[in-house]
Write a protein that binds this ligand. Structure first.
Ligand code: NAD
Length: 352
């Protein structure tokens, strides 16, 4: 039986994770869940945002379901004890979670919530595959000159880092519409030119996937002009950080967006940490109004990418679509359904 480490975290994290676990229990024949502390909740209980037992549990599991961490209560702690820095970054680096996947899709029932009018290719339905552990956020030197007049950040990529994320991008394109757009700044950056070289080599093993390259400034424009043209966007760390947020906003609702960070694959599945794209939303925590769908859709990605349960993932996604078509709306979508009401509606559609 697959084992999932459940890390509810802070703010609305425990509220939305509890509902995603209900949906997973309903949609599958059996998953073993074990819960552990993370974030501010862990700091309050044991003095560290990422206890050793939590990391151990993650290592022994097939996947992690995370709510969110952080909140004003812990903002004034020293950086290493703050939930975001002291829990999320070490989880990513200790577990080698180098591939960040952020789908951006607008459900047909919610098209009116998008702030942009969709272009000739129709509504947005894409996935951003972002390299998460290299590039300018990690390169050395990174420093300020002694007189404070100059600062340096360094963008570094190796062939190995590019090859493994490129393979992941092609594999994901194969599970979708088989179109991959590599986004870079190859007219200026040497790292981008290396990306193009390595991606072109990897592409020889994926001739069934249509490949094109786009400069990042053009991609930023195209996401607003005609976001429906993209299937899979593959890009480096900083460009992916920015473009995945832009794509998220095009869908119009933060409470709907799932994400995962994956490590190396074992056969057709990979170990991954699954979490909603939103944070701990302290402003609405404890009010039972959080939208659980981003976490439910993250759980469905977990079924697909880590637990080899694609059919169950399809069923969860269809149940979400049906629940929305039948009108269930949490407060962020203009409705009055509580967090549990939304999950109840999804479960009802799973059963029907
Ligand atoms: P946020 O995503 O928590 O909230 C932004 C806004 O969106 C808020 O108004 C919130 O009420 C709303 N919102 C978010 N999720 C929602 C949901 N599921 N349903 C309905 N409304 C929702 O971002 P923030 O306010 O910038 O950050 C709050 C805290 O979360 C901070 O401490 C931040 O560091 C942390 N954070 C954590 C993660 C993570 O754990 N991966 C990610 C981002 C932010």
């Amino acid at each position: 039986m697959p084992k999932v480490a459940v890390l509810p975290g802070d703010g609305i994290g425990p509220e939305v994770v509890a509902q995603a676990v209900r949906v997973l229990r309903e949609a599958t024949d059996g998953i073993e869940f074990e819960e552990a502390l993370v974030g501010g909740a862990a700091y309050d209980a044991v003095g560290t945002p990422l206890p050793a037992e939590t990391l151990d549990l993650c290592r022994k599991s097939d996947a992690i379901l995370l709510g969110a961490v952080g909140g004003p209560k812990w903002d004034s702690l020293e950086p290493a004890l703050r939930p975001e820095v002291g829990a999320l970054l070490p989880l990513r680096s200790e577990l080698n979670l180098y591939a960040n996947l952020r789908p951006a899709k607008v459900f047909s029932a919610l098209i009116d919530t998008s702030p942009v009018k969709f272009g000739p290719s129709g509504p947005i339905d894409l996935i951003v595959v972002r390299e998460l552990t290299g590039g300018i956020y990690f390169g050395r030197p990174r420093e300020r000159s002694p007189d404070g007049e100059k600062a340096i950040d360094t963008c570094v990529y190796t062939r190995t880092e590019i090859r493994r994320i490129a393979q992941r991008g092609f594999e994901i394109a194969r599970q979708r519409d088989r179109r991959l757009t590599v986004v870079d700044k190859a007219n200026v950056l040497e790292t981008s030119r290396l990306w193009r070289e390595v991606v072109a080599e990897v592409a020889r093993d994926y001739e069934d996937v249509e490949l094109d390259f786009m400069l990042v400034d053009n991609c930023a424009m195209q996401l607003v002009r005609d976001s429906g043209q993209f299937d899979v966007i593959l890009t480096e760390n900083m460009f992916g950080d920015i473009l995945s947020d832009e794509a998220a906003q095009v869908t119009g609702s933060l409470g709907m967006l799932p994400s995962t960070s994956l490590s190396d694959s074992k056969g057709t599945s990979a170990f991954g940490m699954y979490e909603p794209a939103h944070g701990s939303a302290p402003d609405i925590a404890g009010q039972a109004v959080a939208n659980p769908l981003a976490t439910i859709l993250s759980a469905s990605m977990m079924l697909r990418y880590s637990l080899e349960m694609s059919a169950e993932a399809d069923r969860v996604e269809s149940a979400v679509e049906s629940a929305l078509l039948h009108g269930v709306r949490s407060r962020d979508l203009g409705g009055t359904a509580t967090t549990a009401d939304v999950a109840d509606a999804v479960i009802r559609h799973l059963r029907s």
